[in-house]
Ligand binder design. Structure first.
Ligand SMILES: NC(=O)C1=CN([C@@H]2O[C@H](COP(=O)(O)OP(=O)(O)OC[C@H]3O[C@@H](n4cnc5c(N)ncnc54)[C@H](O)[C@@H]3O)[C@@H](O)[C@H]2O)C=CC1
Ligand SMILES: N=C(N)NCCCC(=O)O
Ligand code: NA
Length: 510
């Protein structure tokens, strides 16, 4: 399929903003080119929304949330909403290859990975359909009280109109991690995908239109961050913002939200460590180290981009790592078997190369990669890059690169490894590889991170919570925690005694 498609170019559908169940051109008429990072060519365009369109979308969402006293959506049963989520999952599955090809064209990830993402997207909608149904069972859950005159019950209600602002590294999957639980909870959604990769999110709008979710419950506003994202995050009638992206933008969103005391959940950057002990099986560990740093062309917030090797295996490990990394199939991401495509944009490409040259200037050794491979004349390709002799004070050890760049350092003892691993403002993920289960347990407990992988790096399931500590953000996506992000908890406390309360002396006795 991918090869046939490469022969007959796939056409990016021309779409408008999706507001109130309809496709609408942006009020100011702006458009943003869609660039294929593998060819550097413009292959389509997306609408460039501004605050006027944001106002329209928020108004539609608010109206839809309250429509018919919420009976048709926000106060409908979870079971009713779950049916729509399952229908979305089915359509994503039907269109899996088409969506995957669009994703690859738009952001450059290898087609095999894009297909995998689409499978995860469908599974995530399916999973939250199940949680929507389960929500009905737990409504009015009793709370045990110390006084017999009272009974308390808990209602879980949708938070309201939610703004979901998402990045370009897993364009449709990161949107789904937010859209699926938000819809399951009964919220009305405004999705603002990244201007660098919005195509598949617009296709999701088309799917949602087809399955017949009430107009206004799901809206997509494409556009630049400052023009479309900022007015959305700051809007008075947006009840919550969920964001995944850079630490800098996350901070500005939190500042905007703070002005009107609006809740936010933030999934920000990382510089996650992978610690490999000397009892590890070298081949297995090398492969996980590569996957943790080069999958998704290295553009993963939870990438284990800092590798810590126990000193006595470092030489052997690095030799294998460099040879294997240099052999990764890099090129046309639409070709099956491709394992490294271009990074998303010219500015990311330039930024990554700058990180690599700074690292070398600071004394790190380049073992492989570091540039666009010679056989590729165009496209934002960066060969899988391994930098060794990295010291903790170097920029490459401290800052998120968001590209296929692995920084390597060594340690002697477990204690030193943990110290080096935790010496970062970030705390999204961490990983440990060792045959010693006790050591893995100690290290897992010692890592300051929201996600710890043991004897692997990156596998992620929609059932398990996702999010960070320290400056990597707060709140948890996925699993039951992901649903809580979009629910508010209401307590209902009833006085059930037939006797008067009796605090004030009765008037007759005065
Ligand atoms: N943690 C993660 O998953 C991600 C981290 N990043 C990091 O961020 C760096 C820069 O990438 P960008 O695409 O510029 O990330 P970004 O954080 O600026 O973009 C993420 C989303 O936020 C929106 N946005 C930007 N400025 C905004 C504002 N003022 N108000 C509201 N929304 C706004 C963008 O349009 C996009 O939808 C990357 O090199 C990488 O280090 C980027 C994408 C994902
Ligand atoms: N689908 C998997 N396994 N991981 C997604 C990681 C998304 C991120 O960059 O945060
Ligand atoms: Na693009």
């Amino acid at each position: 399929m991918a090869d046939a498609a490469a022969a007959a170019p796939i056409v990016v559908p021309q779409r408008q903003l999706f507001i109130d169940g309809n496709w609408r051109p942006p009020r100011k008429g702006a458009h943003i080119p869609v660039i294929n990072p593998a060819t550097e060519q413009i292959i389509g365009e997306i609408p460039g929304a501004t605050s006027e369109d944001v106002n329209d979308a928020v108004k539609a969402a608010k109206k839809a949330f309250l429509h018919n006293k919420g009976q048709h959506w926000s106060r409908a049963t979870g079971e009713a909403r779950g049916k729509y989520l399952r229908a979305i999952a089915d359509k994503v599955t039907e269109r899996k290859l088409w969506l995957a090809e669009l994703e690859t064209l738009d952001c450059g990830k290898p087609i095999d990975e894009a297909v995998w993402d689409m499978e995860d997207v469908a599974a995530c909608f399916e999973y939250y359909a199940g949680l929507a149904e389960k929500l009905d069972e737990i409504q009015y859950a009793p709370v045990e009280l110390p006084l017999q005159n009272y009974k308390s019950n808990i209602l879980k209600e949708p938070i309201g109109v939610v703004a979901l602002i998402t990045p370009w590294n897993y364009p449709l999957l990161m949107a789904t991690w937010k859209v699926a639980p938000a819809l399951a909870a009964g919220c009305a959604v405004i999705l603002k995908p990244s201007e660098l990769a919005s195509v598949t999110c617009l296709e999701l709008a088309s799917i949602i239109q087809e399955v017949g979710i009430p107009p206004g419950i799901f809206n997509v506003i494409t556009g630049f961050g400052p023009a479309a994202g900022a007015p959305l995050a700051a809007h008075e009638d947006v009840d919550k913002v969920a964001f995944t992206g850079s630490t800098k933008t996350g901070r500005s969103i939190m500042e905007m939200a703070a002005r009107i005391t609006k809740p936010v959940s933030l999934e920000l950057g990382g510089k996650s460590p992978l610690i490999v002990f000397d009892d590890a099986d070298i081949d297995t560990a090398v492969e996980w180290a590569m996957f943790g740093a080069f999958w998704t062309n290295g553009q993963i917030c939870a990438a284990t981009s800092r590798l810590l090797l126990q000193e006595n295996i470092a030489e052997k490990f690095l030799k294998k790592l460099a040879d294997w990394s240099a052999s990764i199939k890099i090129g046309n991401p639409l070709e099956k078997g491709c394992r490294l495509g271009p990074v998303v944009s010219e500015s990311q490409y330039t930024k990554i190369l700058k990180y690599i040259s700074t690292a070398q200037a600071e004394g790190a050794s380049l073992l492989c990669g570091g540039k666009r491979p010679d056989h590729l004349k165009k496209g934002y390709f960066v060969g899988a890059t391994v930098l060794s002799d990295v010291k903790p004070w170097m920029q490459i050890w401290k800052e998120e690169v968001f590209g296929p760049v692995l920084a390597v350092s060594t340690f002697k003892t477990e204690e030193e490894a943990l110290h080096l691993a935790n010496d970062s403002p970030y705390g999204l993920a961490g990983a440990v590889i060792s045959k010693d289960a006790d050591r893995c347990k100690r290290v897992s407990e010692g890592l300051q991170a929201g996600i710890v992988w043991i004897n692997c790096s990156q596998p992620t399931f929609c059932q398990t919570p996702w999010g960070g500590v320290k400056r990597s953000g707060f709140g948890r996506e996925l699993g039951e925690w992901g649903l809580e992000n979009y629910l508010s908890v209401k307590q209902l406390t009833r006085y059930i005694s037939n006797e008067p309360f009796g605090w004030y002396p009765p008037i007759s006795k005065l």
